[in-house]
Write a protein that binds this ligand. Structure first.
Ligand SMILES: C[S@@+](CC[C@H](N)C(=O)[O-])C[C@H]1O[C@@H](n2cnc3c(N)ncnc32)[C@H](O)[C@@H]1O
Length: 226
């Protein structure tokens, strides 16, 4: 059946690309992220997991941050509530981090984080887990858990036909670069389903992690330390 098996083919932007192409990619991703309210699961679940009164001052680590736009939007969102959130971006792609305008950037792989245990209050990741395979997802989750003091929240595309068709139609009526459209559709094909991510979390030793479907388009994993 369509999308029953996860694709493993590499995306165009998995390889190093010229800066101009990368800039174009992140401009396009910003529009899609705004349309699909990509920051929303973090805005909803972080205060819910920790309690509103415990999120006034938070250090966050964003894994696979790309151009750091999630950190930027969460910091601004928190500031509007009078909260001080500070986000450190991690990505393998130094050129992407260079687009962030932030000084809080660390070039590293999410499967081997250069931080001590419990270094950040909350560890987050958005649209990154589908880039990893079955061996690396548990390594990524256990590293995220290790460096988190209080909680982790991971959100990614859910592999399903409705999301794939929705994006396909959107790309039919809008103008996005060809490489972006191809990667976005392939990202859905590479997405993890709820049960798959749940099993990978158990393989990582995160028996208390909860995975759920978020408005039909995303799989969200959340876990809190006691
Ligand atoms: C689709 S982008 C998502 C960017 C951003 N999180 C967002 O939601 O807008 C995926 C990012 O994950 C990064 N990435 C993929 N594998 C990685 C790894 N093993 N370690 C660190 N970053 C990785 C890529 O370089 C890319 O910047």
């Amino acid at each position: 059946m369509f999308l029953s098996r996860r694709a493993t083919q590499a995306e165009y932007f998995d390889a190093e690309r010229p800066l101009a192409e990368l800039q174009q990619f992140y401009q396009a991703l910003a529009s899609i992220n705004a349309l699909f309210l990509v920051s929303e699961p973090f805005q909803r679940y972080i205060p819910r997991l920790l309690g509103q009164e415990n999120v006034r001052q938070l250090s966050l680590l964003d894994l696979g941050a790309g151009d750091g736009s999630l950190g930027h939007s969460l910091t601004n969102w928190a500031a509007r509530r009078g909260w001080a959130w500070r986000v450190v971006n991690v990505d393998l792609n130094v050129s992407a981090l260079g687009l962030s305008g932030s000084r809080l950037n660390v070039a590293a792989s999410v499967v081997a984080l250069p931080f001590q245990d419990r270094s950040f209050d909350v560890v987050i990741a958005s649209q990154m887990t589908h880039h990893l395979n079955e061996v690396d997802v548990p390594r990524h989750l256990s590293e995220a858990w290790r460096v988190a003091r209080r909680a982790i929240v991971i959100s990614d595309l859910h592999r399903n036909a409705a999301l794939y068709c929705g994006l396909w139609i959107l790309f039919l009526v809008t103008r996005f670069p060809h490489s972006f459209r191809t990667d976005a559709l392939l990202s859905v094909k590479r997405g993890w389903r709820i049960s798959e991510l749940g099993e990978l979390a158990r393989n990582a030793g995160l028996s208390g992690a909860r995975t759920s479907l978020y408005f039909g388009s995303r799989v969200v994993l959340q876990a809190r330390k006691s």
